[in-house]
Design a protein around this ligand. Structure first.
Ligand code: MG
Length: 273
């Protein structure tokens, strides 16, 4: 978020306060939280190799078979049917679908859901190639892009060093995971993500930034953090207004990463409940 958009957030809050929707204290809090978040994220340059590595935590063993989704989930991929997806280049998915998973086929492009989503609980399972090939960002790289814009990094981070804000479980370029809960290459891993979409007013000004919680293999790695803008490489650009619902995107980064058991539960915002 730029200081300009921070300013707009504060102005929007002031306008709301003037309308009697917010106490003055809440306005001050809104302003200071956003400024503090931006300052905290910018304490480390994007993709800094200097920052400390998250501690390694060994998660419990992977379940032998995918855990079935809850009854109100929208199943996006059950291991066979890719009809809820399309290529981000247009047309049908070109990834390999076999043996209960789909696998990135290099150069065919990212894939995206046909349906758009805003606030969601997302479950997704993934496995990086074994034997591992490449180093750093070139080992088992893919990504889960909420709304096509906000990436939870997928990477083989098992004994594979890279910049912490780009390892598995990172909100790419902004937040390293709290710990490294990676399993070995070839083993199935899970993300359970709670995503609250950003809100924009009718003029396209940011009213509320996106918030993300991530469990990696059942271990908390992102604790309700506030994104400072969309994902970018070597940059932290400010928010740009976008629709309330947008497709979920899985990245083709050139590595044959596998995915299975993908489902979402759409969430209402607290004020809608
Ligand atoms: Mg990626």
């Amino acid at each position: 978020m730029s200081s300009n958009s921070s300013f707009r957030v504060a102005v929007a809050a002031l306008v709301a306060a003037a309308a009697g929707n917010l106490a003055a204290g809440a306005v001050a809090e809104c302003w200071s939280q956003s400024a503090a978040t931006k300052a905290a994220v910018d304490r480390w340059p994007v993709h800094s190799m200097e920052r400390p590595r998250p501690p390694v935590v060994t998660p419990g063993p992977a379940p032998a078979t995918p855990v079935p989704p809850p009854s109100d989930a929208i199943v996006l991929f059950d291991g066979r049917d890719v009809s809820k997806w399309r290529s981000s280049k247009g047309g049908p998915v070109q990834w390999k679908v076999e043996n209960g998973y789909m696998e990135v086929v290099r150069g065919t492009g990212s894939i995206e859901t046909i349906q758009g989503f805003g606030d969601v609980q997302l479950h997704i399972e993934w496995a990086t190639p074994t034997p591992p090939r490449g180093e750093g960002q070139n080992r088992g790289n893919s990504g889960v892009f909420l709304m096509g814009r906000y990436e939870v990094q997928v990477l083989d981070s098992y004994q594979n060093d890279t910049y912490p804000d780009g390892q598995a479980g990172a909100l790419y370029g902004q937040y390293p995971p709290l710990v490294n809960a990676s399993r070995a290459p070839g083993e199935w891993q899970t993300y359970d993500i709670i995503f609250r979409a950003p809100r924009f007013d009718a003029q396209g000004n940011l009213v509320r930034p996106a918030r993300v919680t991530v469990f990696h293999n059942g271990v908390l790695v992102q604790d309700n953090v506030e994104l400072v803008g969309p994902t970018a490489h070597r940059a932290r650009p400010p928010y740009q207004a976008h629709p309330d619902r947008l497709p979920l995107v899985l990245q083709d980064h050139g590595d044959p990463v596998r995915f299975r058991n993908i489902w979402v539960r759409e969430l209402k915002s607290p004020e809608e409940q």
